[in-house]
Design a binder for this molecule. Structure first.
Ligand code: ZN
Length: 291
């Protein structure tokens, strides 16, 4: 979670990031989506994959049509089923005849603070990719890298030809990922960060929100450190006395935009649940205590 982007970002136009990768920004900026959802087109012009088609927004779909220019779409691939990522898959599939592949369907009532991130009920994949499975097209191979945590069905996609990793909401350049329980799981998220840190082949990350990440393992190391620091803070505060989840926020997140308080509280709750599982915290009637 961070402030406003430093410069206007162009929506509606394809930006070439490297020979195999183009990016189109959707017009859905918010405190959670930063400048909006970024849809990626992978391919050299003779058959492509569309990653995270984004919200089912007519303006964004027109921009995608223009960027594709009638090119054959081999696959529409979704990292996860939050509503800012996957709803355009159905419309784009109907227009192009391409199969929807990638993450598993997941429908839960959203009890968290992110109305725009509620789960997409329209998502019906033609093929669910498991960890390590590949999708290929002319000149490209995309491998699924299972990265649960932000949500349980999250996948990243590795472009084998160039060392790019499409990280969805798992790792973003502008902010740490929001982990909202019960589906969002802090220990799974930490394991998924460690999984990426161990991958030496990733040269650059292309997240769904925010700029490309050029030193990805350095960023991931920082994120793991940040989470451990947050956990230590929570353990220290618990040692001082019982806390409701909301009580941690003014002590841990000074100067945070009030719009993001609920999200921070969810993140703290995700840490507390993780500590509870590890036998380091307990709760009763919404009050958390140390063991
Ligand atoms: Zn998400």
């Amino acid at each position: 979670m961070a402030g406003a982007p430093p410069k206007p970002w162009p929506t509606g136009q394809a930006m070439q990031l490297e020979p195999l990768v183009r990016r189109v920004l959707a017009p859905n900026p918010s405190p959670y989506t930063y400048t909006g959802t970024q849809t990626y087109i992978v391919g050299l012009g003779d058959g492509c994959a569309v990653i995270d088609p984004g919200p089912d927004d007519p303006e964004h779909l027109l921009a995608l049509d223009a960027a594709l220019g009638g090119e054959h779409v081999c696959a529409i691939m979704c990292t996860h089923t939050h509503r800012d990522h996957s709803p355009a898959a159905k419309t784009l599939a109907a227009r192009t005849g391409a199969p929807v592949v990638g993450c598993a369907p997941l429908v839960l009532d959203d009890s968290g603070p992110r109305a725009d991130a509620a789960f997409d009920r329209t998502y019906e994949p033609d093929r669910v990719m498991e960890d390590g499975e590949q999708m290929t097209g002319p000149g490209w191979t995309l491998t699924a890298v299972a990265t649960p945590g932000h949500v349980s069905n999250h996948l990243c996609f590795a472009l084998e030809e160039s060392g790019a990793l499409f990280t969805g909401d798992h790792v973003m350049g502008w902010s740490t990922s929001v982990v909202i329980p019960p589906d969002g799981d802090m220990s799974a998220y930490m394991q998924s960060l460690e999984k990426l840190q161990a991958r030496e082949q990733d040269r650059v990350y292309y997240p769904a929100h925010g700029e490309a990440v050029e030193k990805p393992r350095q960023l991931v190391r920082g994120m793991i450190g940040h989470r451990r620091q947050r956990e230590n803070q929570i353990v220290r505060l618990l040692a001082e006395g019982p806390h409701a989840a909301a009580d941690f926020i003014p002590k841990m997140y000074k100067g945070l935009d009030p719009k993001l308080h609920k999200a921070a509280e969810m993140s703290v709750t995700a840490h507390l649940i993780d500590l509870e599982r590890r036998g380091l915290a307990r709760r009763s009637d919404g009050i958390w205590r140390t063991i």
